[in-house]
Design a protein around this ligand. Sequence first.
Ligand SMILES: [Zn+2]
Length: 74
Amino acid sequence: MGNKRFETIFDFARHGYATEVVCACGHVGVLEPQGVVGRFMRERWPTNSLATTRDLLKCSSCGERPERIGPAMR
Ligand SMILES: [Zn+2]
């Protein structure tokens, strides 16, 4: 990852990373960069920090807020 800065999910998308959403229940979701940017722009979600973004997401398995989000390393 070098010294790239990842402060928002848009940074992930810009560098070609999907966003990995990790929940305490063990579920790991992956948001593809194309889909994620379009959705956040359309719904005007605040994306000024990863913590804010995380609070807007829900685990698709248990419905809880994810424990952390980050760039998906592939
Ligand atoms: Zn969950």
